[in-house]
Design a binder for this molecule. Structure first.
Ligand code: URA
Ligand code: SF4
Length: 254
């Protein structure tokens, strides 16, 4: 085997590969070189691929199979930082599907979406609006908790565009299986992931938006942003606006 330049290396190896089929004269060295080539190509292909959850999809798209497959997802680097994949939860034929940003600290530890402080606020608001959580499906745009250490605490960090796009296929699959009558984005990350980067929750919250995703689509604020309100007065006001938006959903699902 002749290796003339780096560029010719793979060509001559491919030629070797062909020769191997017709000849049994390949040496141990050539075989080793061939194996190194194959391994390098595979690693390079993985590194250069942008990463999409779709690479981890099961053969059949059902919620239990998707959840199982998502548990092993490595389509972006967030799996290294989070404890586990937090997949969506709820009825398979839920009328309303809510989409948050990403799991928080408690969600990361329990593996369930919206169970921490934001989840508790969300549950209370659903009750106030007359929506039964058992009628809903709740999930997030990104399925792993992205955090930074601050002292002993793990502080939430916003997912970036690459992480959002890598993870999006899980969300799309959930929407396509559940086929909700009403799809609700909670906060700007979910709203922009579902409705495009130009969408402004501050301007368009609480309005039903024309979309092919579901018969009724709406964005509202994120329960965490209500918790972060600077004072009690603002928090009460934001909570009331949130419940008002949820009541609009309650009317269309009745
Ligand atoms: N915030 C989210 O966006 N999702 C959760 O699951 C919890 C908090
Ligand atoms: Fe996969 Fe999403 Fe987790 Fe990234 S955040 S590893 S895409 S499940």
């Amino acid at each position: 085997m002749e290796i003339t330049s780096a560029g010719n290396f793979s060509c001559s190896l491919k030629a070797e590969l062909k020769r191997e089929v017709t000849s049994d004269s390949i040496s141990a060295f050539e075989m080793a070189a061939l194996m190194i080539y194959v391994v390098t190509q595979t690693v390079m292909a993985r590194k250069t691929s942008k990463g999409s959850a779709e690479e981890f999809f099961p053969d059949k798209l059902t919620l239990p199979l998707l959840r199982e497959a998502a548990a092993d997802c490595k389509a972006c680097d967030l799996w290294k930082r989070g404890t586990q994949t937090v997949f969506g939860e709820g009825r398979r034929r839920a009328t309303v599907l809510f989409v948050g940003e990403q799991p928080g600290n408690e969600e990361d530890l329990t593996g369930k979406p919206f169970v921490g402080p934001a989840g508790r606020l969300f549950d209370e608001a659903l009750v106030e609006a007359g929506i039964d959580r058992s009628q809903t499906y709740v999930t997030n745009v990104v399925k792993h908790f992205k955090w930074e250490p601050r002292g002993k605490r793990r502080i939430h960090k916003k997912p970036n565009a690459q992480e959002i796009s890598a993870c999006r296929p899980w969300l799309e699959a959930e929407i396509s299986v559940v086929k909700p009558k009403v799809l609700v984005a909670l906060g700007a990350t979910a709203a922009q992931a579902l409705l495009g980067p130009k969408f402004r929750v501050t301007k368009q919250r609480g309005e039903f938006i024309e979309s092919t995703l579901a018969p009724y689509v709406m964005a509202t604020s994120h329960p965490s942003s209500i918790l972060r309100a600077p004072d009690d007065e603002t928090r009460r006001l934001e909570h009331r606006r949130f419940v008002e938006d949820l009541k609009k959903l309650a009317r269309v699902i009745k």
